[in-house]
Design a binder for this molecule. Structure first.
Ligand SMILES: Cc1ncc(COP(=O)(O)O)c(C=O)c1O
Length: 396
């Protein structure tokens, strides 16, 4: 008889890398994860977080979160639909709608829940979801959970998108989903071309802008604003609070009708407890700080220029993007882990990516810059990366 635990008993890959001293996961941090942090008492430059605007330790964020706990307690113990809506949730959604210039907004308890909730709620088995091949796992799972047929187009390829759309029945309902900034390599979607083609074929457009809200756009509104799109070009703009907003939760902004529908039908919204008060208060404060954060964004852009130039001059293979994410392509799993380990031992934290997140032969370290890094942080990190990369013969 089949024992479903057999695969778990045979799963020894982590032990193999632990024995080699190269296991890179569940690293334990013992301080705020800011531009520098502490790992086992050792100060480490943080190049591996999504805290792009550096707000996790901003004094006004801490104050807002603490006040919310004093006023509302530690949790809501219920779904938004029933006993889990505080003044704070509504205020947060209103502030986001105003900031992103949409009629209305729905806030979920994580960004993952946004994607697994929305796609299935909006589509039926007669519809099609058209999805970029490099979309995030939460979008892929959202497609799997929906009854609609999923059509995958080549990464950032408007021509392939058009070809795929042309083959679909004209009268069928269609939802196109792409990330604004792709989460691993930080490259931007060509949104002007993509949205134009999508609307030509009557597809509604949803942009997951998890890695761009706060970072890109005139005042941090995200990729559509950064690329000069008009409000009507994007039907649903979604994102997460776990990155630039330095909190937890996720959102989608759209028309009043769509948000009203999602608030009564998205299962991951209806059947899950609402965001805790301190998280909502942090998001409200972060929205204000992001909106007024032009100086922080300017600093981030300058640091990124310095960091990318340093890597390229040293001979590393990186992918150019205007986002805060900078990949260092290594192309081999063990070497990738060795680079990660060498950097950590010398005081730099990054995140290694391997299959299934990236294809075999494209293993990379994902690094990212925070607006509160200093030039000294960047220069020190570059020196370490160059030295370790040279000793491992990743660069010559
Ligand atoms: C593009 C994208 N969408 C959604 C998510 C999920 O967000 P959360 O961490 O809030 O669940 C992530 C997280 O990494 C992401 O990169």
């Amino acid at each position: 008889m089949k024992n479903i635990f057999t695969k778990a008993e045979k799963f020894t890959e982590p032990q193999k890398f632990k024995k080699l001293g190269l296991y890179p996961y569940f690293v334990q941090f013992s301080a705020t994860i800011g531009s520098r942090t502490s790992i086992q008492g050792k100060e480490t430059i943080m190049l591996g977080s999504n805290n792009y605007m550096g707000l996790t330790s901003h004094p006004e964020m801490l104050k807002a979160a603490k006040n919310a706990i004093d006023q509302f307690g530690t949790g809501c113990t219920g779904s938004r639909l029933l006993n889990g809506t505080l003044d704070l949730h509504n205020e947060m959604e209103e502030k986001l709608s105003k900031f992103l210039e949409y009629d209305d907004t729905i806030a979920f308890s994580t960004g993952f829940q946004v994607n697994i909730g929305i796609i299935g709620a909006l589509t039926t088995k007669k519809d099609y979801v058209i999805s970029d091949e490099k979309n995030h796992a939460s979008i892929i799972d959202g497609c799997r959970l929906s009854k609609a047929k999923t059509i995958v187009y080549k990464h950032n390829d408007p021509q392939d998108l058009e070809k795929k759309l042309r083959e679909l029945p004209k009268e069928a309902g269609k939802l196109l989903i792409t990330e604004g900034v792709f989460s691993i390599e930080g490259d931007l979607a060509p949104l002007k071309e993509i949205t134009e083609i999508a609307h030509q074929y009557n597809a509604k457009v949803m942009i997951d802008d998890a890695h761009a809200t706060g970072v890109l756009g005139e005042h941090g509104e995200g990729t559509p604003n950064h690329l000069g799109l008009k409000k009507d070009d994007v039907d649903i703009l979604s994102g997460t609070f776990s990155k630039s907003f330095a909190s937890i939760g996720g959102f989608a902004s759209a028309s009043e009708e769509v948000i009203n529908y999602l608030k009564h039908t998205a299962r991951s919204f209806l059947f899950s407890a609402s965001m805790p008060p301190a998280s909502c208060a942090s998001v409200i404060k972060a929205t204000e700080l992001i909106k007024n954060g032009d100086d922080m964004r300017e600093n981030l852009r300058n640091l990124l220029k310095r960091y990318r130039k340093g890597l390229v001059d040293a001979g590393f293979n990186t992918v150019y993007s205007e986002s805060a994410i900078v990949p260092i392509i290594v192309g081999e799993q063990v070497k990738n882990f060795q680079l990660w380990r060498g950097l950590l031992d010398n005081g730099v934290y990054t995140n290694p990516y391997m299959i299934p997140a990236v294809p075999i032969g494209h293993e990379l370290l994902r690094s990212s810059i925070i607006a509160t890094h200093s030039k000294r942080d960047i220069d020190e990190a570059l020196e370490i990366i160059e030295n370790v990369g040279r000793s491992l013969k990743i660069i010559s």
